[in-house]
Design a protein around this ligand. Structure first.
Ligand code: ADP
Ligand code: MG
Length: 680
């Protein structure tokens, strides 16, 4: 039998079962074998009845002492009740609506039971355990537990998997021998067999490692191959070792944190190395990424090049421009700005000064990647808040120069694992420390019933002259979801705070209008801002001390953390209130993580563990397909090994043309499917 054959080729799978399997995306024998257990039941040895623990699944060998059939009563569940015993004690076994089993269990006969014990009025019970006649002993060993849907039982799935394993050919090694050896991978067929039906723990672990490794390797190699950056490993501009950045660092009003120092060190090393820098700097909100960028820009200018920094919004660009102009003026370095809202004349002047080299550092929005913008000698490009830009825009900025160095900055902390996947083509640095003296933002989680006390608190803050953000997840009234829509909330709060200026900001507004409102908030002409999640990242309004988030359960933790980072930016004590409607365990857990921690990396990791990577980091947008066995949240260590191999492969054979990688290439195409255009 071959892997590509349909499942109906197996005995016992007819059209109906095939349809049920289809729901699990299993069509072929290969799909079936790639459908892995979610767990295992250890039935290698028997437990004795007196050692049973409530809720802890156990395997029992016992003899039937008594069979009690409840008399048939209309509308009542019929219960089949057994009393069974071994040398240590006795327990009850219950089956509901299963009178047909009555004849199976005969007093004096021995059976094996596997199930979860429960205690009822002091009696140990098993309800609907798995069972078989002891003399046949077909249930022993480590049994796989598959994540199933309706219409298929564990027993069936196990039988089919066993049959498929026994009859299939063509689970052959497809990775190069040296790679397999280097990574001490076990044989592929052995791996598949042992992941389904392990005899021992060790082969299971080996097999699992192999399959996870394979899947991650296909993923990582596929992503690298599809993103082939022209600059990978290319020679780049050499920034002079003599261009000392100390004068700039000494002119700052504060000392750099250790984390900033080490990231600056990594950047300077790249810039002097002779290879093109492609570096991502991750740093929590407020960790001080801007000054790191400034130092890199200073290095560029002192090495005789121009630098450019692109921000995702006009307001952010303006803030950067104001800060940089001030800081660089003391060093006689001219900073220019280019944004969409400038007049044609203003633009012309900037473009002129840029092409002559009079402007040494340009700050701006997307406007700086327009075709009419040309530099004299651009040596370094920086994009702030990288997650707001696509790879395309990043590259468009690079093309303004002759292969300039690239630095991207993001405040969305990405666990290291995911950074490797999402930014496989970048080196990653982390500023994992906040400047000293940062105040802690007091965070509280409250439920709906205490909403009003929350707004009483807002009132007090506003009376003190502070400002507040209120965030709601959706813009339109939505009865279905029953969430506070921004519009509704805005009306409500306008009435609630008649003495204050209340405004609404939402995603459907024109950019210009959004900028206007944000500017007014910045200037304290607006005191309370109701908004959907579009509050601009990186925005700095030190007078805002309150962040209220409605329906907090609808936001990801990483997002909540981002939003909270909008306050606590000045000298006043700041607060974040999470209003949660849902009272589930997970909702509580999530809220508690926010209350307890202010560490973006920690929060991101928790978020990853709770929700999985797809939802949080838009891994799909980055072209990451669904995985069958690997888990980006759990298999970080393996991923690091995989990354090394993937780098080697792509360096050796960027388009996977050699015979050696035929199998891997097939595997990659299989994994990414049609929605991925591999340039292979
Ligand atoms: P982000 O990483 O969110 O972009 P910023 O670069 O805007 O953070 O920095 C936030 C604030 O911290 C700024 O006001 C900046 O001047 C200040 N800052 C940066 N580094 C330090 C430091 N080492 N010590 C004290 N304050 C710092
Ligand atoms: Mg910033």
């Amino acid at each position: 039998m071959e892997l590509f054959q349909e499942v109906t080729a197996l005995k016992g799978i007819g059209p109906k079962k095939a349809q049920a399997l289809e729901k699990l995306k299993i069509r072929t024998i290969g799909d079936l074998l790639a459908f892995f257990p979610r767990d295992y039941e250890d039935r290698r040895s028997f437990c004795v009845i007196k050692d049973l623990k409530q809720d802890k699944p156990a395997f029992i060998r016992a003899t039937v002492k008594l069979v009690v059939k409840d008399p048939f009563r209309k509308g009542r569940k019929q219960i089949l009740r057994l009393l069974v015993s071994d040398d240590s004690g006795q327990m009850e076994v219950l089956f509901f609506n299963a009178r047909y089993l009555a004849d199976t269990f005969k007093v004096g006969k021995q059976f094996d039971f596997f199930g979860k014990p429960s205690v009822n009025y002091g009696k140990m019970q098993m309800i609907h355990p798995d069972f078989s006649v002891s003399e046949k002993a077909q249930m022993q060993g480590i049994l796989p537990v598959y994540p199933l849907t309706a219409g298929i039982s564990q027993k069936e799935m196990r039988t089919w998997q066993r049959m498929a394993l026994e009859s299939v050919d063509g689970i052959e090694e497809y990775l190069p021998e040296d790679l397999v050896r280097r990574n001490r991978l076990c044989d592929l067929r052995y791996a598949v067999a042992n992941v389904h039906f392990p005899k021992e723990r060790q082969p299971l672990l080996q097999g699992k490692y192999r399959l996870i490794f394979d899947e991650l390797l296909a993923l990582q190699t596929g992503l690298l191959a599809s993103r082939q950056k022209s600059t990978r490993g290319q020679k780049g501009l050499i920034f002079s070792k003599d261009a000392d950045v100390k004068p700039y660092i000494h002119s700052l009003a504060y000392d750099l944190t250790e984390a900033q120092k080490s990231v600056v060190g990594e950047i300077l090393k790249d810039l002097e190395s002779g290879m093109i820098m492609n570096r991502l700097v991750q740093g929590d909100v407020g960790s001080g990424k801007t000054v790191v960028a400034e130092i890199a820009l200073y290095k560029a200018v002192r090495s005789g090049f121009q630098g450019a920094m692109m921000a995702p919004t006009e307001l952010l660009a303006k803030q950067h421009f104001a800060g940089l102009s001030k800081n660089f003026a003391a060093h006689g370095i001219k900073v220019g700005m280019l944004t969409g809202s400038m007049t044609a004349r203003e633009k012309r002047e900037v473009l002129e000064a840029l092409s002559t080299g009079e402007i040494e550092i340009l700050v701006g929005t997307h406007a700086i990647i327009q075709p009419d913008v040309s530099f004299k000698n651009l040596g370094l490009v920086i994009t702030d808040e990288q997650h707001r830009f696509g790879v395309k825009q990043r590259n468009a900025l690079s093309e303004k120069g002759n292969n300039p160095h690239v630095l991207v900055m993001t405040a969305t902390p990405i666990p290291r694992t995911l950074a490797v996947i999402l930014y496989g083509d970048l080196d990653v640095s982390a500023i994992d420390e906040l400047p000293p003296g940062r105040q802690r933002i007091i965070t509280r989680a409250v439920d709906e019933t205490r909403r009003h006390t929350c707004y009483d608190f807002v009132e007090k803050e506003l009376e003190k002259g502070r400002q507040a953000y209120v965030v709601a997840p959706l813009i339109d009234e939505s009865e279905v979801l029953d969430v506070k829509s921004a519009e509704e909330l805005y009306q409500e709060l306008k009435e609630r705070f008649p003495g204050q200026e209340v405004a609404l900001l939402h995603g459907a507004m024109k950019q210009q209008q959004k900028d206007l409102i944000m500017t007014q908030f910045y200037e304290n002409k607006i005191q309370l801002l109701v908004s959907t999640v579009v509050i601009e990242v990186g925005i700095n309004v030190p007078n805002a001390t309150m962040m209220v988030i409605e329906n907090a359960e609808r936001f990801g933790l990483a997002q909540l953390h981002q939003l909270r980072g909008r306050v606590g930016r000045g000298s006043h004590q700041s607060y974040c209130m999470l209003i949660t409607k849902e009272s589930s365990e997970v909702a509580k857990q999530r809220a508690q993580i926010m209350v307890d921690s202010q560490d973006g990396f920690y929060i991101a990791e928790q978020d990853l563990a709770l929700r999985g990577p797809g939802e949080i980091f838009g891994t799909r947008q980055h072209g990451v397909p669904d995985l069958l066995i690997a888990d980006l949240a759990k298999h970080a260590k393996i991923l690091i090994e995989v990354k090394k191999e993937a780098d080697l492969i792509i360096d050796e054979d960027p388009y996977l043309l050699s015979e050696k990688y035929v199998g891997l290439k097939k595997r990659i195409i299989n994994l990414f499917g049609d929605d991925f255009s591999l340039k292979l």
